[in-house]
Structures are given as structure tokens and as C-alpha cells.
Design a protein around this ligand. Structure first.
Ligand SMILES: C[S@@+](CC[C@H](N)C(=O)[O-])C[C@H]1O[C@@H](n2cnc3c(N)ncnc32)[C@H](O)[C@@H]1O
Ligand SMILES: [Zn+2]
Length: 434
């Protein structure tokens, strides 16, 4: 049977009934089993659809029952599920598949803000040698996670807790109980969970983080960004990159407190959210190296000049190009946004079974191209309009810059923007010359 977003979800009742595994005696869920059996929805008091993400079946809140202005609204549902995040979950499955190849099994993952278990269950089902610990504070989520685990035959690979995420992570912070991969996928900002996540991750483990509070991070609400991230955002054409760098910076700073150095394996900004996969490795020197990649971004609103500076560097508040007043964003991450060798491995992973495979293909190729490019990007439409020129084809701008000896690529951040090693004056000349 074909299912998934293109085929449309099926009501759960149209699927064959499956037996529900009894949680293990050691599980915290013993008390839930009788409740699940007695309930017509298998322990969930809501209308459900059945969808397929990757090779995983998921019972999710029925899209026609929880709506706002005629459309499915995840926040109206008793348990959170956002189909728009399937791309994020597909990429996460791929990143975890790459990661497990370099670790000794079994791989322990923790999804402490699990919702109905879409991430934790997919990891257990679609990645070899993985055990998932999932948690959610919403009591309605727990039976649905269990039901979804059973539906995919992975009940023996999961543990589920109705618990605050910080508490669940704190309980894994002892050596021997830590996780190889922790996925922080909250409502809004991840900052409330970073301290306990860093304590609960194993050496050389992965901490994956999502942020959906893009308005503060992009400088629409700068005071909220300063409060949450202790960082000043900047409202520029490349604000989504600054936002991502501020979010990564908050992970790096938290890791430094525990003598962890941070490498960014993959990070991106798409749709309404930011996401980063970071590898934390113990060692004060590694920490020093990560700290050396933290800094500030200087930007001249008058002429568009921009430059990164180190955390402890002095700066001239006057633009060296036009003499205008320079704005400063940060502290933020100024290092690479993705690791080329990690991306090469992701590109080698099979993605044919994902509903988002075509998008993943295009996305990974652009991210691979741009990952060694300098900080920030230029929106060609904006530059053309400031020069009162027609907008040239973006590929021609890239070719022209390359012909002058610069590097230039597309960027996943914006369909009409480029990243380049060229100064802004050369980009303007290229536009004028086309
Ligand atoms: C964005 S949703 C998670 C979505 C899920 N990861 C997915 O991909 O479908 C955030 C979840 O965190 C839960 N939550 C919010 N605050 C929490 C807390 N302090 N501890 C545990 N769970 C929490 C919410 O009930 C919600 O299910
Ligand atoms: Zn200037």
C-alpha cells in the first residue's frame, strides 16, 4: 500500500489491528498497559491518520480534525506532529546512519521532546543498532509513542518516559548512562535544554538541535534574542545565516563550559526553522579551537560590506569602504557551517525511500558546494536594484566572478543569493558587466 503525504493519510481504523507489546518490567510504563487496552484508540483519545515517513508507519493526529482556518494546525492536536518537518526527520535519519558507521553498537539515542515519537521511532526503525530513549511532558503523547513503536515492531528498542526533558537528560548524565546522539527538537528555542543535553552526551557524540524562534534570531525581536542567546542579531538580507550562527554559537558556548570542543557536521536554515548537527569532543585544547571560531560579524548597512572578527578583537565602528556606521552581530559561530567529509558520506547514503528524496538531493549538493565559502551571502536582486539594473541570471553572476578568479556558489539559504570570496565591489561590477 502506498502512503505518505502525496498519497494522503489513511484513517488508522482502515489498517489491520496490531498487537501491542507489553512494556518491559523495567520500563516506567508498566502502569499504562491496561489503559491502552481499554481505550478505543489504543490508548490515545484522538482521531488518527496513518502516514508513512521513510519506511516507518506513524499514527498521527487526523489532519481534518485539528484545523485552523481550514488547514491542519499542529498546535490544535492533542499530541504535536508537523508533517512539514518530514524533510528534517529524513535528513536526521541519514545523518544518524552516517554517524553509526563510526561508532561501536549499540547506539543510544535520546529524543527527549518526542511528540508522538516520529524521530525516536524512525531512528530505531530505520537505522541499524539503535536504541531510542524518548520522553515528552504531554501525557497524551506517551501511549501514542508506544503504539507507533509497536506498529513498526521496535517496542523492544525503545524506552518511553512521561518526563520533563531536562530531568530525563539529567538522569543520563552519569558516565555509563550517556547517549551517543541527542536530538533537541523543541517548540521555539533549544537553549533551555542545552546544558543538560551537553552533560548527557558521550564523548564524540552528536548533539542535534532545532530552533523555530527565527523571529528573535533573525533580529525581528532583538531583545528576545539577547535574552535567550546572549547575542545581538542583525536584520540583514542574510539574517537567516546570522540566526543559524547564533544558535550554533549557543551550543558551542555551552559545550565549552564542560571542556568540549564542537565541530559542526551539518547545519541549515529552511522553511520556518534552523537545525544543526554538532559533534562534541572532550578536551580543553579542542575547546580552545572551537572558541577561536566564535566571534562577531561586522556589517555596514550603507554599502553592504561585512566581515567576521574574533571574540577578543577590537573593531573600527566606521566602515573601511564607505565611512558609514558599522553594526555588530554576535557573539556567534564564525566557523564552517558543515563538514565536507560528513556531507560526502551523507551524499553516499541511500535516500530513495524518502518522500523528500529529490529535495534532499538538491539541498545536499548545494550545501556541499557552499560549505567552505566565507560567512554571509549576497542577494543578487537586492544588489541589482541598488544599482538600478535588471536582475541578471544568477548563474551568469557566478560565472563572471569565477572568471575573475573568485570562488562563487549558490546557497541553500536563499534561492536568489550567492556566496563568494569576492568583495562586494566585484559583485557589483559583475552585475554591471552582464
Ligand atoms: C516540536 S514538538 C516535538 C516534535 C517531534 N520531535 C517530531 O519530530 O514530531 C515539541 C514536543 O516537546 C514537548 N515538550 C515541551 N516542553 C517539554 C519539556 N519541558 N519536557 C518534555 N517535553 C516537552 C511537547 O509536548 C511537544 O510534544
Ligand atoms: Zn560601508
Amino acid at each position: 500500500m502506498t502512503m505518505g503525504p502525496t498519497a494522503g493519510p489513511l484513517p488508522a481504523s482502515s489498517m489491520p489491528a496490531t498487537s501491542l507489546n507489553v512494556p518491559s518490567a523495567s520500563s516506567s510504563l508498566n502502569g499504562l498497559q491496561p489503559f491502552i487496552k481499554d481505550c478505543p484508540h489504543g490508548g490515545t483519545n484522538m482521531d488518527l491518520d496513518l502516514v508513512k515517513e521513510g519506511t516507518t508507519l506513524l499514527e498521527v493526529p487526523r489532519s481534518s480534525s485539528y484545523t485552523f482556518q481550514g488547514r491542519y494546525a499542529p498546535f490544535k492536536a492533542p499530541v504535536f506532529y508537523n508533517p512539514r518537518m518530514e524533510f528534517s526527520r529524513d535528513l536526521s535519519v541519514m545523518a544518524l546512519r552516517v554517524f553509526v558507521k563510526e561508532r561501536k553498537p549499540p547506539i543510544s539515542i535520546c529524543d527527549p521532546l518526542a511528540g508522538l515519537g516520529a524521530r525516536g521511532i524512525r531512528y530505531a526503525n530505520e537505522v541499524q543498532n539503535v536504541k531510542s530513549v524518548m520522553g515528552d511532558l504531554n501525557a497524551d503523547a506517551i501511549p501514542l509513542i508506544l503504539k507507533n513503536a509497536d506498529l513498526n515492531g521496535v517496542s523492544s528498542k525503545v524506552e518511553v518516559f512521561e518526563k520533563d526533558a531536562n530531568l530525563l537528560l539529567a538522569e543520563s548524565s552519569e558516565p555509563g548512562k550517556r547517549h551517543d546522539f541527542i536530538d533537541i527538537d523543541p517548540f521555539g528555542t533549544p537553549v533551555h535544554f542545552l546544558s543538560s543535553a551537553v552533560r548527557a552526551v558521550k564523548n564524540k557524540g552528536i548533539l542535534a538541535v532545532t530552533a523555530t524562534d527565527t523571529a528573535p534570531l533573525c533580529g525581528v525581536h532583538p531583545r528576545a534574542c539577547i535574552r535567550k542567546y546572549a547575542s545581538v542579531p542583525l536584520r540583514t538580507e542574510y539574517c537567516h545565516e546570522t540566526a543559524l550562527r547564533i544558535m550554533i554559537g549557543s551550543v558551542v558556548m555551552e559545550a565549552l563550559k564542560h571542556d568540549f570542543g564542537t565541530e559542526v557536521l551539518l547545519s541549515y536554515s529552511v522553511d520556518h526553522y534552523l537545525r544543526a548537527f554538532t559533534r562534541l569532543t572532550l578536551g580543553a585544547r579542542r575547546g580552545d579551537r572551537a572558541a577561536a571560531d566564535a566571534g562577531f560579524l561586522l556589517h555596514c548597512p550603507s554599502c553592504g560590506w561585512r566581515e567576521k572578527i574574533k571574540l577578543n578583537a577590537a573593531f573600527d565602528p566606521k566602515c573601511s569602504t564607505c565611512g558609514g556606521s558599522v553594526s555588530r552581530a554576535g557573539p556567534l559561530w564564525c566557523g564552517q557551517l558543515s563538514d565536507p567529509s560528513f556531507l560526502d558520506k551523507m551524499l553516499n547514503e541511500d535516500r530513495s525511500l524518502f518522500n523528500t528524496s529529490r529535495r534532499i538531493e538538491k539541498f545536499l549538493r548545494i550545501v556541499r558546494e557552499e560549505c567552505e565559502m566565507p560567512i554571509s551571502f549576497y542577494v543578487i536582486d537586492n544588489l541589482s536594484s541598488s544599482l538600478k539594473r535588471d536582475v541578471p541570471p544568477i548563474k551568469k553572476v557566478i560565472e563572471s566572478l569565477k572568471a575573475k578568479g573568485h570562488k562563487a556558489t549558490l546557497t541553500h539559504f536563499h534561492p536568489k543569493a550567492i556566496k563568494t570570496t569576492a568583495p562586494i565591489s566585484d559583485i557589483k561590477s559583475a552585475i554591471r558587466g552582464i
